[in-house]
Design a binder for this molecule. Structure first.
Ligand code: ADP
Length: 411
């Protein structure tokens, strides 16, 4: 009996010890499992943080603006790749880096600050540096500096201002003349003088309307709006430009010769834009030549390009001006008599037409000897099925000849 009791007690003891050991084991396993889960979560969290940090860094590196972050004592903690270029203190760039350091120090005092920094280059650049404190709900997170290249916006702004100033200037002259003429006309009793004054009023009004036309044409061509690309025969463009120019050339007694190939020179282009470009080149050739100095327009195929040349034997353009004559409103000689009422938009139109069509315009000129302007356009290898508005059209006084047989000059 006693033995049995001892055995039972031993068994119970063993069971209890086993249960306790088992519970300990479970605790250990559970704790291990929970630690493993915690570690896993921690690792995942760290991965996520690293991933979003990498994403943030890559995004900051992708922007074309410098970003520099500093702690609340003004010590730099981070720079994106745009801002890093200024740490390699070459030439003027060191000025930007110095401005960033100074502005970050000021921003760490709780003030938003900004400054423009000129880099004299070349090329000349203007940088805008701004810095501000990073404070959220009273808590200070240091400060950030931003660096912007404002060279291009500044240039565009200056161009816009120049453009407005130029237009106002160009319009003021004929407007002033009109007002003066009208005033004189109002008090004029002699009908003959009055009629002469009226003719001058008309001439000034035409001048004004020409300026407006040029401005509208340039803005249309610059934006390339409403342009229509069709298969265009270069000879037809020359014909159209010539028929518009003929009265002007006749009045100035400037003979024009056209030397064009007998086969169709085809380009994919906006007919109206191209005609405007050729007209402007011819108009200048006539405008800047004395009477009886011939102007010649020719076109030829050179490889895969069509070269259309307008050559005159007029005043020519001094070399120092040749680089700038394609700018809007640029005139070599601003006196009205020499420019014959032009405002310096013609060649800007020509250059825009050339670029709109994937081509270019070249100038070759010598003062006192004359000028040659060449419009180069990519030739079209398409075959015109039905030549647009082509063969039936008649253009008076326009001469289209075989290259081998230049046709005679005419005034
Ligand atoms: P404008 O209205 O003054 O003719 P353009 O833009 O057509 O303006 O030409 C700019 C300047 O280039 C002119 O003012 C003129 O001085 C010069 N120029 C252009 N074409 C010729 C040319 N064929 N011969 C001499 N000078 C020219």
């Amino acid at each position: 009996m006693i033995v049995a009791l001892v055995v039972v007690a031993a068994v119970v003891g063993l069971v209890l010890v086993g249960a306790v050991a088992w519970r300990e084991h479970r605790h250990f396993v559970d704790a291990e499992e929970s630690r493993r889960r915690d570690d896993e979560m921690h690792r995942r969290h760290e991965d996520e943080v690293a991933e979003s940090e990498a994403r943030l860094r890559l995004s900051l590196d992708a922007i074309t603006q410098g970003v520099v972050m500093a702690d609340d004592a003004g010590n730099v903690l981070y720079r994106n790749s745009y801002a890093r270029q200024f740490t390699e203190a070459r030439h003027g760039e060191a000025l930007v880096e110095a401005a960033v350091a100074e502005l970050l120090a000021e921003a760490s005092q709780g003030r938003a600050v900004e400054r423009e920094v000129e880099l004299f280059g070349p090329p000349r650049r203007c940088m805008f540096v701004s810095a501000m404190p990073l404070t959220v709900e009273g808590r200070d997170y240091g400060s950030v500096a931003l660096i912007d290249d404002i060279t291009e916006p500044q240039r565009l702004d200056a161009m816009r201002r120049d453009f407005v100033a130029n237009i106002s200037h160009e319009l003021r002259t004929p407007m002033g003349a009109l007002s003066l003429l009208a005033e004189t006309l109002a008090g004029e009793r002699d009908p003959e003088v009055a009629s002469r004054l009226a003719m001058r009023v008309q001439a000034e009004a035409i001048q004004l309307s020409d300026i407006m036309d040029d401005l509208l044409e340039l803005s249309r061509i610059e934006s390339d709006e409403a342009s229509e690309r069709t298969l265009v025969v270069v000879q037809h463009v020359v014909s159209d430009a010539l028929s518009r120019l003929r009265p002007i050339a006749d009045e100035k007694l400037v003979p024009i010769e056209a030397v064009l190939p007998a086969f169709d020179l085809l380009v994919r282009a906006d007919h109206r834009q191209l005609t405007s470009a050729v007209f402007n080149l011819l108009d200048n050739a006539v405008k800047y030549s004395d009477a009886h100095r011939p102007v010649r327009v020719s076109a030829q195929l050179t490889g895969d390009r069509v070269e259309l040349e307008v050559r005159d034997h007029g005043y020519g353009i001094p070399l120092r001006h040749q680089r700038r004559i394609f700018e809007r409103f640029y005139q070599v000689d601003r006196s009205r008599e020499r420019t014959d009422g032009g405002v310096g938009l013609g060649l800007a139109i020509v250059r825009h037409v050339a670029t709109n069509h994937g081509g270019e315009v070249r100038v070759d000129s010598a003062e006192g000897e004359g000028s040659s302007f060449t419009l180069v356009l990519p030739v079209s290898d398409e075959v015109s099925e039905a030549p647009p508005e082509a063969d039936e059209r008649e253009v008076p006084d326009t001469v289209v000849a075989d290259v081998a047989q230049p046709i005679g000059a005419q005034a």
